[in-house]
Design a protein around this ligand. Structure first.
Ligand SMILES: Cc1cc2nc3c(=O)[nH]c(=O)nc-3n(C[C@H](O)[C@H](O)[C@H](O)COP(=O)(O)OP(=O)(O)OC[C@H]3O[C@@H](n4cnc5c(N)ncnc54)[C@H](O)[C@@H]3O)c2cc1C
Length: 261
């Protein structure tokens, strides 16, 4: 690992001031530290945001849940408020990685990183999330731009993620047995305004499957999507799963999710 300057920011303003074109925020460090150790990333400045109190915590108000960016996966998994209002979100958090990862990794770090196989990005799309940063509010549908790419500008800090509480929802992941990342994960959410079917793991970036959603708006039952085929031509293919297998998993996991709602 190359040498770097370590800073601990006391608030979002200081974090922004310390950031540069060659810096990274340190939340759980579950991605940043291994990337630095492996020499995949080097930074001049590491800005620790864990001591910014405002960035952590969970609050429920009316139709939405707000989760602070440095809230750990294990806190989301164990939150009574989330279990009561969006149980699918707490079970998603419970299925991330292993206990070590869940005790350090954060929701803000996960969505800022936008790994193509990460779980939270699908929750953001399915639950019409709004990402509150130190500069603006970004709708989830405009936040995830491509593989490891988001709408965040350099030095822009996620402060909270606000999820809309759905009528019903379920997240069904077919995990990689080693890392627990999603080979394919499908998050189905039924809102008053419609249905979202968000898919992670299948393509280079999380996306909403409009065809599956349309079929479920007509009739919210697994029969209405049974037999549907998903185009595999632009899907990920690797040693873990072919594009064709991923395409079939999208429908299988979507059916499971609808049945579990
Ligand atoms: C072995 C292993 C297994 C895993 N399995 C899974 C899995 O099954 N599912 C899954 O979804 N994930 C999985 N992960 C990822 C993990 O859950 C973390 O969420 C992820 O690594 C990043 O979160 P972090 O808090 O550690 O971020 P960091 O590593 O601290 O930061 C990652 C990036 O996000 C940026 N960042 C962090 N916080 C903010 C913020 N508030 N605002 C703006 N930018 C920010 C940083 O600058 C950095 O670029 C796994 C990781 C490991 C190591």
């Amino acid at each position: 690992m190359k040498t770097f300057n370590y800073h601990s920011a006391k608030d979002s303003k200081e974090a922004k001031k310390l950031s540069s074109s060659n810096s990274a925020f340190l939340a759980g460090g579950m991605t940043t530290i291994p990337s630095m150790k492996l020499g995949l990333a080097t930074y001049k400045d590491i800005i620790d945001i864990k001591n910014i109190k405002k960035l952590s915590g969970i609050s429920v108000s009316g139709k939405s849940i707000k989760i602070g960016a440095t809230t750990k996966h294990t806190e989301v998994a164990n939150s009574k408020e989330i279990k009561k209002t969006i149980p699918s979100l707490s079970s998603l958090a419970e299925g991330i990685g292993d206990p070590q990862v869940r005790n350090r990794g954060t929701i803000g770090g996960s969505i800022a990183n936008n790994d193509p196989a990460a779980d939270y990005p699908s929750a953001c799309l399915a639950l019409n999330a709004v990402i509150h940063t130190n500069e603006r509010k970004i709708e989830a549908s405009k936040f995830f731009k491509g593989m490891f790419e988001t709408a965040l500008k350099k030095g822009e800090l996620i402060e909270t993620v606000e999820f809309q509480i759905p009528e019903k929802s379920s997240y069904q992941k077919y995990p990689n047995p080693a890392s627990r990342y999603a080979i394919v994960g499908v998050y189905v959410a039924k809102h008053k305004s419609g249905v979202n079917v968000a898919i992670t793991g299948a393509k280079p970036c999380v996306y909403n499957d409009k065809d599956l959603a349309k079929a479920l708006v007509s009739s919210f039952s697994s029969n209405s999507i049974s037999g549907m085929e998903v185009n595999s031509s632009n899907m990920n293919s690797d040693i873990h799963a072919s594009a064709e297998f991923r395409a079939s998993l999208v429908v299988t996991q979507a059916k499971k999710a609808v049945e579990a709602c």
